[in-house]
Design a protein around this ligand. Sequence first.
Ligand SMILES: [Zn+2]
Length: 124
Amino acid sequence: MKTKVCTKCEVEKEATNGFFAKQKSGKYGLTSKCKDCKKVYTEMNAEKAASYKRNWYMRNKERMLSEAKEHSGEINEQRRKRRASDHEKYRKIEKEYRDRNPDKKKEKKQKVLQKTQRRTFAQM
Ligand SMILES: [Zn+2]
């Protein structure tokens, strides 16, 4: 029976796929660490990866939040600018309309006046 000593736990185990994972480059075509150690290592790594992810999130949370805030500020600024320019545009259109039709207001006033006068005459 071929045996292999795990480089991690240094326990001599049967050199089969039951105790060591397959690895072409390893002795007997198996990994140098036994499956148990590999499992612990993988779990540790998973925990490490998870905590790294958590830490990354914690580290970047502030930054991401502030970036999001900045970005929304940017959007608000754009909206404000657009509203201001729209307001300016409408004012311009109104002014142009008034400039083109300077007598519109006066005409209306006169019509009302005429109506009133007619009524007054009719009453007399
Ligand atoms: Zn081991």
